[in-house]
Design a protein around this ligand. Structure first.
Ligand SMILES: C[S@@+](CC[C@H](N)C(=O)[O-])C[C@H]1O[C@@H](n2cnc3c(N)ncnc32)[C@H](O)[C@@H]1O
Length: 402
């Protein structure tokens, strides 16, 4: 294929990705898109990959989503939102109402299962539900499977350990009692939303809008806000684009939780003040009509203590990357996890070559951890090693599929 044809196919694929999914491909990532299209198109090059995309084949779409968005998620990420969800659910149950949660852009399901564990940890309502939507079938398969390695669990289960059971290879699996609460579906958040789904008490759209262009994000956010119950909350990640100022929503940031509520309404929940591992049952009588959901047996495993990585994360979250790195220097006999943190922080500091070195050690220590390979791919990309980045992404995809 001539260079001009190649470029035209790559740019057409970028436009398609934007038109269909809202995902923007910035100029500096065109080479990454190009090498993924090379791989998908085989000997016939990016033009053939474009044909596969236009024909709506699932695998190439999933591959491009993997390359253009970071499949980064973990249990109880931005914990303040889950403390707030707990408050909302307690208030709903007190009024005899269910609590329905939407995890929009749920990726491999950690956010949705975290929300389900919060709901299950308080009094149950038979119509409580958590719905997870994502456009990537590959990620939804992992979400439905509900089995997670150490990296997904790196912030701990925050007092919800009893809703998970130990599985092979040191993984944790969602306990059977949690499964009826949660369903996953393939939904394109920038397309028409499923019309049967109405009214969620909490909608989480966290770390998703960051990939969308501004005009796409505004439309999608307004459509999702329509799904929020009149006294519900719309929770966004710290860097996600927000609703237009002219919309009838009040933007609130309190105790580390960013969310919107309808401006005309008084506050429906108090700010989060429940400790992470508070007793599972709230005070007060439960409406007689509500039967408690069967609970799994309380696990004997202890709640993990706060460790150095909590402090590293806290520093990184407020932009004190160099301090976080200095803290890691004090870790003796660094584990794969410590090396991963070091790699991520080095990337933040734009020290790509060093990040590559550390993340390669990390993958050497934990070769079956897909997320580690994803980060190595990012480091390769940042260091200008596009072919190595593409190879590592494919390794990660195979592990995720496996
Ligand atoms: C970084 S993950 C966020 C996971 C989780 N919400 C969290 O904060 O940990 C971003 C997810 O958004 C999904 N996504 C991006 N554009 C989408 C779209 N148009 N429709 C549905 N999902 C989309 C990606 O597939 C990916 O799984």
């Amino acid at each position: 294929m001539m260079t001009g044809d190649r470029d035209a196919a790559v740019r057409a694929a970028a436009r398609l990705l934007h038109r269909r999914l809202g995902i923007e491909v910035p100029e500096h990532r065109m080479s990454v898109l190009s090498s993924e299209l090379d791989h998908l198109g085989g000997p016939d090059g990016p033009g053939a990959a474009l044909e596969r995309l236009l024909a709506g084949e699932e695998a190439p779409w999933d591959a491009l989503i993997d390359v253009m968005t970071i499949p980064e998620t973990y249990f109880f990420r931005q914990f303040a939102h889950f403390a707030l969800l707990r408050e909302v659910a307690i208030a709903r149950h007190r009024d005899g109402r269910p609590c329905r949660v939407l995890s929009a852009g749920c990726s491999s399901g950690e956010e949705a299962w975290s929300a389900a564990a919060v709901l299950a940890s308080i009094t149950a309502h038979p119509r409580d539900a958590v719905v997870g939507w994502d456009v990537s079938e590959r990620r939804l398969r992992a979400a439905r499977r509900g089995r997670y390695g150490a990296w997904s669990l790196r912030a701990g289960l925050r007092g919800h350990e009893r809703f998970f059971v130990s599985a092979d290879e040191g993984q944790e699996e969602v306990a059977p009692a949690l499964r009826p609460l949660v369903s996953f579906a393939r939904v394109n958040l920038v397309g028409p939303l499923p019309s049967r789904e109405r009214s969620f008490d909490v909608v989480m759209l966290r770390n998703v809008g960051i990939y969308w262009s501004e005009e796409v994000a505004q439309g999608a956010l307004l459509a999702l806000a329509e799904l929020v119950a009149s006294d519900g909350l719309f929770m966004l990640g710290p860097s996600d684009p927000g609703l237009p100022r002219s919309s009838p929503w009040e933007h609130v940031i309190e105790q580390g939780a960013r969310y919107y509520r309808r401006a005309a309404l008084p506050a429906v929940v108090a700010p989060p003040r429940v400790p992470a591992n508070a007793p599972s049952r709230p005070a007060g009588a439960r409406p007689a009509a509500l039967q408690p959901r069967e609970r799994p047996k309380r696990a004997t495993r202890p709640v993990p203590a706060r460790d150095v990585f909590d402090d590293v994360r806290a520093l990184a979250d407020v932009g004190r990357t160099a301090d976080a790195l200095a803290l890691l220097d004090g870790v003796s006999a660094p584990s794969a996890r410590a090396r991963l943190w070091r790699g991520i922080l080095l990337l933040d500091l734009q020290r790509a070559d060093e990040a590559v070195r550390v993340l390669r050690q990390c993958v050497f220590l934990e070769p079956r951890e897909a997320t580690f390979r994803q980060w190595l791919a990012h480091a390769y990309e940042a260091a200008g090693l596009a072919a190595e980045a593409a190879r590592e992404r494919r390794n990660a995809q195979e592990l995720m599929a496996g």
